[in-house]
Design a protein around this ligand. Sequence first.
Ligand SMILES: NC(=O)c1ccc[n+]([C@@H]2O[C@H](COP(=O)([O-])OP(=O)(O)OC[C@H]3O[C@@H](n4cnc5c(N)ncnc54)[C@H](O)[C@@H]3O)[C@@H](O)[C@H]2O)c1
Length: 321
Amino acid sequence: MLTCQIDDICGFIANSRRFSKSHVGFESLTLPGEIMGLLDGKVALVTGAAVGLGNAFARALAAEGAALAVCDVRPEISELVDELTVPVFARQADVSRSGDVQHFVEASLQRFGAIDVLVNNAGSWALSLPDDPIDKSLSDYEKLVGTNLRGLFLFGRAVMPGMIERGTGEIINISTDHVQTCGTPFELSHDDAPGCAWANEPPRTTGGDEAMDLYDASKWGINGLTLAWSQALAEYGIRVNALCMGATDSHMLRSFFNFQPTAEDVAGWMKAADIARLMIDLLREGPEGRTGENIGIAMGHPIVLPPSRPSPYVILGESVY
Ligand SMILES: NC(=O)c1ccc[n+]([C@@H]2O[C@H](COP(=O)([O-])OP(=O)(O)OC[C@H]3O[C@@H](n4cnc5c(N)ncnc54)[C@H](O)[C@@H]3O)[C@@H](O)[C@H]2O)c1
């Protein structure tokens, strides 16, 4: 019987440490003194915004002038109301519960009238193996698929009608490099990233080793929603993209390391604020920008938007199905 042991955790940690030494540093995407206000008058909804990447996304959106609707299971979510200078509507909500999602979106619309940007960020993880005891497997499934996929689906469904009615909108799904990273079969060239740590790597997704089947399944499921939504919503001026980042400093990542990462680990990780600036760059593309893309953001690689490319499911305009 396979067991979810320390070796599995070590495997994942080794994977996230691989590129620490060859990390090439981050490019600043926002010049000092740059005029802010890309999102003045807009409303952004961020799920799972109490800590980690979601918190950084919320702060970056607010810095661009957006009013915020933010939710989380953690009560600290309310702290953003006092910390930010933009209007913030914050509530505790569990994204996997349809009632919570419906109430939160309705209340957000009552407060602000519209939602222009949806950042589907809330996520959770657990080690899981195919032959775990079924009770553990079911519990992990409910938690991981419930939050990472069902929650994202529920928020998409709840926010889309308003976006369709207004003929505009941005949906950003937060995925993982387990499903798309620099070096996948559709991004073979590293010429644009000198010193890229992936240069001699075979093209592949990273996966979460053998001990994250449910986390990975929940994130692969996001591919289906991102692709189908981008196709169905394009005619309404709504873009749908996914950010597929590698190891990024957060509460979740630190928990992999029992909250005792080495300084070298931390130095190699990407920073949430840099990923958030990339998200703002994605929004800056506007309605004519890319849609339906999994945007790979790899450790050891500059944190910049890669050139727009076809959806991973479409090669030269022909569906691979
Ligand atoms: N940090 C990384 O290295 C990394 C890498 C790839 C992808 N991601 C993804 O980025 C997203 C954010 O991850 P993070 O690293 O910031 O994690 P985190 O644990 O630091 O933050 C996640 C936030 O989501 C909230 N949350 C969890 N379950 C929820 C639920 N059911 N309803 C509402 N809120 C809930 C948590 O309370 C927390 O505030 C996740 O989707 C994660 O899978 C993270």
